[in-house]
Design a protein around this ligand. Structure first.
Ligand code: ARG
Length: 481
């Protein structure tokens, strides 16, 4: 504060004066100003704050609460402010606490007393709820598009590598041969559910809270449905107390983001594993790896590791939001200001992870020979032998045991199943004939798994087709932005 300034009340320039100054005898302590401010982070909502205010001003004029002339002044002023902010010319002040008061003060400074009419029939409580909903609506639509893009990337990789066979795992032990494309499409399915979840949460985001005012509505003759129409909301909130105190839509978003990140993290883990010397299933190009500052030979899969690591932060955001809201009495409480950073954090993380994956994934080189070699080892066709015996009339449990004994025999002899002589196999069951051999190759195994959703090429091609049909389909992204 300026030295020598008299300790009279509210000697700040008019534009810095707190809206509540009338009731207060002392100015806010600086420690409190910096502790309570949110403009350092909620400024990212400026575009939505201004869009909401423009619609609100339009409604105030339409209902005769303010004159059309004042509304025009307000709207022109707000548009100028939007220009200043986007050009980086706007001076944000922490003394003005949040984005709402910064913009309102600038408006009053710019257009005079008419600017003071904008806050009629609204409060920052419904205003912040509006801004958050507009912000999330736009971000969710962007995220849906990014998920769609990454699904397409996976479908392309699946199609390109349609013949590649890899070992499928359970318990991280080799289980059965599968198509690499089948494995990749498993992620596309997870992402499909993610996309649906984000799409679904848009329905609850897209409800107008503005007009709930502080918490009880207003005595002024507002028209909330008019505002909803201007801002392309699907409906207006039904209960003003709920509207200013609801953050379910943000929690739902964070929860969807957490599930999505869990999926990306699993993929990240597989990329890390597959790029090891031990697996050697993939090579990640230099441009998407980093080296070590001490070990000259190292090439690390940091992008995949960081995707895995960043998942922690997104889970944390969900927990933060749930905990902030837990136990809050109705209606608005200042605690709710703490919702922004976790929310913004999850939006940023999800977007950056999807973006980098879309760029990196098509450049990954799959070592198909290594994968095939891996699939051919460890008796991955044993289930095929059991199913062959079932086809010959043996009950499955018996077939399982017989095959188990065959595998044990192979381990002892150091042979693969397809290296056994027919007479060696006949020693285990007379049902085994020459026609077993096609069942002992990994290619035969894959081809035979033609059950719906199975790993046969035919089924996987169907999966790709179905996936492509759903990509970018109308309604794949939200109805509006
Ligand atoms: N900055 C506040 C928030 O983010 C805006 C609403 C403040 N309302 C209030 N009455 N102090 O929640």
């Amino acid at each position: 504060m300026l030295t020598g300034m008299k300790k009279t009340r509210n000697k700040k320039p008019a534009s810095e004066k707190k809206p509540w100054a009338g009731r207060f005898r002392e100015k806010t302590a600086e420690a409190v100003e910096s502790f309570t401010e949110s403009v350092s982070f909620d400024r990212r909502l400026w575009r939505y704050d201004i869009a909401g205010s423009i619609a609100h001003a339009g409604m105030l004029a339409k209902t005769g609460i303010i004159t059309p002339k004042d509304a025009e002044k307000i709207i022109t002023g707000l548009m100028e402010i939007a220009g200043e902010i986007s050009q980086g010319k706007f001076k944000f002040s922490k003394g003005l606490e949040d984005i709402h008061m910064n913009i309102e003060a600038a408006l009053i400074k710019k257009i005079g007393p008419a600017g003071g009419k904008l806050h009629t029939a609204r409060s920052r409580n419904d205003q912040i709820a509006l801004d958050l909903r507009l912000y999330l609506r736009s971000e969710v639509n962007g995220i849906i598009t990014l998920i769609n893009d990454f699904q397409k990337t996976l479908a392309d990789a699946a199609e390109k590598n349609i013949n590649a066979i890899m070992p499928g795992y359970t318990h991280l032990q080799k289980a059965q041969p599968v198509l690499l494309s089948h494995h990749l499409l498993a992620y596309a399915e997870m992402l499909q559910r993610d996309r649906q979840r984000f799409h679904d949460c848009l329905r609850r985001i897209n409800i107008l809270p503005l007009g709930s005012c502080a918490m009880a509505g207003t005595s002024l003759p507002t028209d909330r449905r008019f505002v909803a129409k201007l801002l392309k909301f699907d409906g207006v909130s039904a209960n003003s107390i709920d509207a200013v105190s609801d953050r379910d839509f943000a929690i739902e978003f964070a929860s969807n983001a957490a599930i999505l990140m869990m999926h990306l993290s699993r993929l990240g883990e597989e990329l890390v594993l597959w790029s090891t010397d031990e697996f050697c299933f993939i090579d990640i190009p230099d441009a998407f790896t980093t080296g070590s500052s001490i070990m000259p030979q190292k090439k690390n899969p940091d992008v995949a590791e960081l995707i895995r690591g960043k998942t922690g932060g997104v889970y944390g955001s969900l927990m933060a939001l749930l905990t902030i809201m837990k136990g809050l009495p109705l209606s608005y409480n200042r605690d709710m200001q703490e919702d922004k950073q976790p929310l913004f954090g999850s939006v940023d993380t999800v977007k950056s992870c999807l973006t980098v994956l879309c760029e990196m994934f098509p450049k990954i080189n799959f070592n198909k020979d290594k994968m095939l070699e891996g699939a051919s080892k460890s008796y991955t066709v044993a289930t095929d032998v059991a199913e062959y015996l079932v086809g010959k009339g043996m009950p499955f449990r018996e077939a399982h045991e017989t095959t188990g004994r065959l595998v044990l025999y192979c381990i002892k002899k150091g042979k693969r199943l397809d290296e056994l002589e027919l007479k060696e196999m006949k020693g285990f069951s007379n049902l085994i004939g020459k026609d077993i051999y096609p069942h002992l190759s990994v290619e035969g195994s894959v081809r035979s798994r033609a059950s719906e959703g199975g790993t046969s090429q035919k089924e996987v091609r169907k999966q790709i087709k179905r996936l492509r049909k759903g990509l970018g389909a109308p309604g794949a992204a939200g109805p509006r932005n």
